[in-house]
Design a protein around this ligand. Structure first.
Ligand SMILES: [Mn+2]
Length: 476
């Protein structure tokens, strides 16, 4: 989809709601119409209280009733969006995966929630796969998601049972399967953090013919070091000196290159420039003595892939230097290739923005519903709304110099110009002034606006447009 199409879709609330929820199968077409209406109302006021969002009592009550229906599930509401997202994939796309914990509060009367956090939270876990265009960094949407619960620990439990119960990492594989293989002409590159570093996840990726970048968690894992001309077959016996820990293999590699990275300040340390050394290795993972049920099922024996390491050197005293080790199925034959892998991994901040948008942007955890099932259904709408909030910000940055009247609805520009009393020429101007309505000060040092001010501004502008239309209707 062309970026300006996304642009108007992101901006126009009614159209956005229709496109995302208009084909939900909820057991009755009236429910689908209600879902579209409810989503639109939420999108006009994402962080408002629930009564604020719906304004009219009958709308509020209808939304509560809708989300309590048995057929109105998280999956039923979100699935059309997942499918539409996957259809948009063209060329190389990243599928950034991660799990978010929710906590609706221990004192909440909501039925059927599970333990989260240290066991004192009440909520569920939401695992999402977010699709991002690898060449433009445009967020295309969510490609698949799953909600899961942590089962409470029984009174007496040994460590083996506890391990069995906590196989939460299996969600990575389930969502990989849900997203499935890419269509012809598209390449899926799944980007996962350390939570996904396990053989089962690699097996799922191979089954679905996906590529991957996964941060390694187990640097002591034994691997077979490959070298020019040495690529042993499955049946081949590996000489003992070829088997080393991942860490040792990386240490033995020649330097591929170095680069500098600006590290943002934290509460303990000022902003700094980190110098990173990059090393690359090609290694083989072999089946362990004990294979999991899934590894047996798919007949896993061995897997050869690349590893990219970025390690900070000369970190200042008291600072733990940056260190990333990334597994990847993509070929790494040069420093540029390695740097590309690291860059893709850094884009994981986009899914963190998405989680922030769900929690602070849409205030999911403060919503009052009677059952976990209703909250799950609400999460289906909220997730897609949160994507829209993050898109608002990235769209503003993708084509800043295009003429505003080419892509922004004329009425929007007219009302915003009238409110701001300033000329608005480019897309960048438009978003800065929109954010200005939402509290962005536009001083020289303020940089570009973030999504919070952009959609606060959007909210106000939409209200102003409603007022304008109501007035002109009455008078004309
Ligand atoms: Mn994670």
């Amino acid at each position: 989809m062309a970026w300006w199409l996304v642009n108007t879709l992101v901006l126009d609330v009614a159209e956005w709601a229709e496109v995302n929820f208009g084909s939900c199968e909820l057991g009755d077409v009236r429910r689908t119409r209600r879902a579209v209406r409810a989503a639109g109302q939420m999108a006009e006021h994402p962080d408002g209280s629930t009564p604020d969002q719906f304004e009219i009592w009958s709308d509020l009550k209808a939304t509560y009733n809708l989300l309590a229906e048995e057929d109105v599930t998280f999956t039923a509401l979100a699935e059309p969006h997942w499918q539409a997202t996957r259809k948009q994939a063209c060329g190389r796309v990243l599928l950034i995966g991660d799990t978010m914990e929710t906590d609706f509060g221990i004192h909440r009367q909501t039925k059927n929630l599970g333990p989260t956090g240290d066991g004192y939270g009440r909520g569920f876990f939401l695992h999402s796969s977010m699709m991002v265009d690898a060449s433009t960094q445009e967020i295309l949407g969510l490609a698949g998601q799953e909600i899961f619960y942590r089962t409470p620990a029984p009174k007496k439990e040994n460590s083996y049972r506890s391990l069995q119960r906590k196989r939460e990492s299996e969600v990575w594989g389930r969502v990989i399967d849900l997203v499935g293989p890419s269509a012809p002409g598209a390449q899926y590159v799944h980007v996962f953090d350390r939570g996904a570093d396990n053989l089962d996840v690699f097996c799922h990726l191979i089954q679905q013919r996906g590529d991957w970048i996964i941060r390694a968690a187990q640097l002591h894992r034994n691997v077979v070091a490959m070298s020019e001309g040495y690529e042993p077959a499955v049946s081949e016996r590996i000489p003992a000196e070829r088997v080393q820990s991942l860490q040792a293999v990386l240490k033995a590699q020649a330097l591929t290159g170095t680069y500098k990275l600006q590290v943002r300040s934290t509460k303990d340390h000022p902003t700094r420039w980190a110098m990173l050394e990059v090393r690359v290795a090609r290694v083989q993972l072999r089946q362990g003595k004990r294979r999991t049920r899934y590894q047996k099922q798919v007949g896993f024996q061995c897997l050869t892939q690349w590893v990219v390491e970025a390690r900070e050197v000369n970190a200042p005293k008291g600072v733990k230097g940056l260190h990333w080790v990334l597994w990847t199925s993509l070929p790494v034959n040069s420093f540029e290739d390695a740097w590309q892998i690291i860059t893709y991994y850094e884009w994981r901040w986009l899914i963190e923005e998405f989680h922030k948008a769900i929690k602070t942007g849409c205030r999911l955890e403060s919503r009052q519903y009677e059952t976990a099932e209703s909250l799950e259904a609400l999460t289906g709408i909220t997730s897609i709304l949160a994507v829209r909030l993050v898109q608002l910000k990235t769209v503003a940055r993708s084509q800043p110099n295009v003429k505003a009247d080419k892509v922004i609805p004329a009425l929007w520009l007219k009302v915003l110009r009238a409110l701001r009393k300033k000329p608005i020429e480019t897309v960048r101007d438009f978003y800065r002034h929109l954010a200005g309505l939402g509290g962005f000060l536009m001083r020289k040092g303020d940089g570009e606006p973030g999504w919070i001010t952009i959609w606060r501004g959007t909210e106000k502008l939409l209200l102003a447009i409603r007022g304008y239309l109501a007035m002109t209707k009455k008078c004309g």
